[in-house]
Design a binder for this molecule. Sequence first.
Ligand code: 1CP
Length: 322
Amino acid sequence: MRQAGRYLPEYRALRKRAGSFLDFCYTPELAVEATLQPIRRFDLDAAIVFSDILVIPDALGQKVWFEDGIGPRLDPVSAMGEVERLEEGGLTERLEPVYETLAGVREGLPDRVALIGFAGAPWTIATYMIEGRTSRGHERIRRLAYEAPELLDRLTGVLTRAVTRHLIAQIRAGAEAVQIFDSWAGALPATHRERYSLQPIAEIASAVREACPDAPAIAFPRGVGAACADYAAIPAVGAVSIDQGVDPGWAAAALQGSAAVQGNLDPLVLAAGGRAMEEAVDGILSALAAGPFVFNLGHGVVPETPPEHVAALVARVKGTGA
Ligand code: 1CP
């Protein structure tokens, strides 16, 4: 999950030095520093490269910007002609600063800390490209799936190829595992989950495995409930990251036979801290730690989280705390 960010004062200071958020992502010196900040503070086992899922639409030629206090904005794609104009050629050349960042992070990272690369899943990237911003209801893209499936299929194809190339390039630059964030998988009607989420992720994971057999692919289908078992069953998916809506005891029985499980502390119990957090951590560990398991949050760290709570969490998980 996102572990860099506004809850860290040193991140807020670094953010001020970068111009726009995308400039921040594309300046390796700053992005390396943002990646390493949580690692310096906390005894974490892995770093996730500082970048964003929206570098792909940007590199495909769509206009993308970030507004303070609002979040991402894009000139929405609404017609087939706009999908046809996306520039697939030269994608990894335009994303070269991300690969430079990975190489720089690997150099600055202790050997025992793993480095994770990532991309959005095609469906989640498509929601931003079609809606033009973070959406709650995802009305435009859901309507499009019924009215113009050929447009959404075409866009999904473009994104599947782009994500595959971006993940393989990240592994070649130093990532040891890659996470595919389908943060809005839960917005898909169940009838369309196979076509727009499972199938593209399966295609990406198998191409990544073929090119880089040693780098596991982690799928994060947020908000799909028990359907996360369908993601664990994808042969080339090595781990499934679960959100806090999934019961850890159920996950141990239903998922750990086919994939490692990553998750799933509620980011809000981390913000709350104290006894409630300790109990939540212990519950997750007792349900999942006997099988293949990576302790993680169910979603990213929220900005109001006191950094001391993260330190207390790591100590609790590692058994080095009180
Ligand atoms: O350690 C890290 O923070 C790693 C870098 C990272 C990752 C993995 C960032 C930096 N973004 C992401 C992934 C990402 N970006 C996702 C998938 C994971 C998730 O669901 O959180 C999504 C949906 C985005 C899109 C995005 N980027 C949003 C919108 C979120 C939403 O709910 O719609 C926003 C606000 C951003 C900006 C962003 N990206 C990253 C950070 C640290 C931030 C916050 C910027 C800031 O406050 O300065």
